[in-house]
Design a protein around this ligand. Structure first.
Ligand code: C2E
Ligand code: MG
Ligand code: MG
Ligand code: MG
Length: 281
């Protein structure tokens, strides 16, 4: 609050707040119609093996190309989608679209899809995944669901049984953005992740010589190795960063140095239109 700083400051602060709220409300209104307006698409970014060449997975990343504003950042629209309960239809569309895309890739290349904690809280999510796999024909063991640790996921019975069902199906989990959130060892134990993705901020710190960050990466790699969990270094932009993270024991790499997120050529194929039409009804 602008206590003692005069009325002008106070008013302009409130105006700025109102501006932000209006901006968010406008985006939310438009996001409601984004799928039917064909403004949502998927880009794919590779995760590569230690050799820097072999593609292990492609991560599906949601894109919103707003008719007037152009590209809106996921860091802007994903939280809005979560608040407005739009993340489920958007997430379902993305999952189905990406599964259909992934069946056209070589069989040893997996698909990773970011999943919001809100999607995991809905019992219907299991059916959504089963349907996306069945209709695309993608083998369940080619699907990894990325869960970011920035939100605390309550490990209740419903979530545990959802994870159990998905795991039995053959689907696996990756812990996203590790190092900048709330992950506890309990979480890592319960979720049986098959991959931990070390966040780019952490990668940057470790690669630029922070001995504390390096020590933590070494400890995570050691823990991951003993639990048979792969460790991916995110946000690799230079050869030096790749070398530093390889030195610390990371075996998978993702970042602009290895490949940018790229829009699929075939993402507008017939089936997709049908899904869009159904989802907005
Ligand atoms: P994330 O899952 O950690 O994805 C990695 C982000 O880092 C992507 O940003 C990617 O474009 C960016 N990135 C990759 N390599 C580099 C690099 O070398 N340097 C830099 N500076 N950035 C790099 P993007 O696509 O903007 O996505 C941001 C976040 O939005 C994602 O972070 C994810 O948490 C969320 N998100 C994206 N798509 C979806 C989705 O379909 N569903 C949900 N629930 N969240 C999504
Ligand atoms: Mg991710
Ligand atoms: Mg990440
Ligand atoms: Mg990240």
């Amino acid at each position: 609050e602008a206590k003692g700083r005069g009325r002008g400051t106070h008013v302009s602060y409130r105006q700025a707040m109102r501006g932000q709220l209006e901006e968010r409300a406008l985006l939310e209104l438009d996001l409601k119609h984004a799928l039917e307006r064909d403004e949502i698409s998927v880009s794919y970014q590779p995760i590569v093996d230690t050799d820097g060449k072999t593609v292990l997975c492609h991560e599906a990343l949601m894109r919103w190309n707003h008719a007037e504003r152009g590209a809106v950042e996921p860091s802007t629209f994903i939280p809005i989608a979560e608040d407005a309960l739009l993340i489920e239809p958007l997430g379902e569309w993305l999952l189905r679209t990406a599964c259909h895309e992934a069946v056209t890739w070589p069989e040893n290349v997996k698909l990773t899809v970011n999943v919001s904690p809100l999607q995991l809280k809905n019992r219907a999510f299991l059916g959504t995944v089963v349907e996306a796999l069945a209709s695309s024909g993608l083998a369940p063991d080619r699907l990894l669901l990325e869960i970011t640790e920035s939100t605390v996921l309550e490990m209740d019975d419903d979530l545990q049984s959802l994870i159990k069902s998905l795991t039995e199906l053959g689907v696996s989990f990756a812990l996203d953005d590790f190092g900048c959130g709330y992950s506890s060892l309990n979480y890592i134990e319960k979720m049986q992740f098959s991959m931990i993705k070390i966040d780019s901020d952490f990668v940057q710190a470790a690669a630029s010589g922070s001995t504390r960050s390096q020590a933590i990466v070494t400890a995570i790699v050691s823990l991951a190795n003993s639990l048979d969990i792969a460790v991916t270094a995110e946000g690799i932009e230079t050869e030096e960063q790749a070398a530093a993270m390889r030195e610390l024991g990371c075996t998978c790499f993702q970042g602009f140095y290895f490949g940018f997120p790229i829009a699929s050529q075939s993402s507008d194929s017939g089936n997709v239109t049908e899904i869009k039409a159904r989802k907005v009804a």
